[in-house]
Design a protein around this ligand. Sequence first.
Ligand code: DX5
Ligand code: ZN
Length: 224
Amino acid sequence: RGGVIVAPSILAADFANLAAAVAEAAAAGAPWVHVDLFDNSWEACPNFTVGPPVVASLRRHTCLQLDCHLAVRDPARYVDALASAGADGLTFHWEVLGGAAEVEALARRIRGAGMRAGVALAPDTPLPEELVALAQRGEVDMVLAMTVLPGFGGQSFREGVLAKVTALRAACPGLLIQVDGGMNAATGPKAVAAGANVLVAGSFLFGHKQGLAAGMRELLGAIG
Ligand code: DX5
Ligand code: ZN
């Protein structure tokens, strides 16, 4: 488990009880909380979740890092509001931008606003060479290889995505590589073996019969 970060995804929590959800994550020893911001503007992510006001409210309830995953058409619209809300990281999708120059510019803007800059890849998006080059040049802090389609929790893990993680890890030894979707005590070890060092888990942790802390122990125990 050395150096692996587990980020409970509050998409699987009770949206009417988010203060309790982040308190449970903190009590379980999670260093980050993963917040999915979906605004139904991108056809690849047909869901609507929460926005910057909810991140601002979470900030008042937790010291945990707020790791925001934006599966939206125009992530640039949210940079300033999320920085003001106290987000620690902003991850946007490669697919919604118009190439490496735009990705680099947005990553710089996110960092300039004081947040970690992450770039997400949907499961069927091949690993772009230009993204590898940006990561090697240190222009992005994290790459998120989605292991389910963006939009909903509770889907099954797409193991084929791990080839991207392996390739990215070989090219970028120090990079934060996040996997998100279908993570549990069986799939987590496979993702870590491929080179992932940030595991997002929603339904496995918030739906765990013995509670989130037991789920964290089970996941961390499985990855060794
Ligand atoms: C899906 C979200 C995930 C989601 C994962 O689009 O990005 O963060 O919460 O849920 P599980 O862990 O249930 O697959
Ligand atoms: Zn997510």
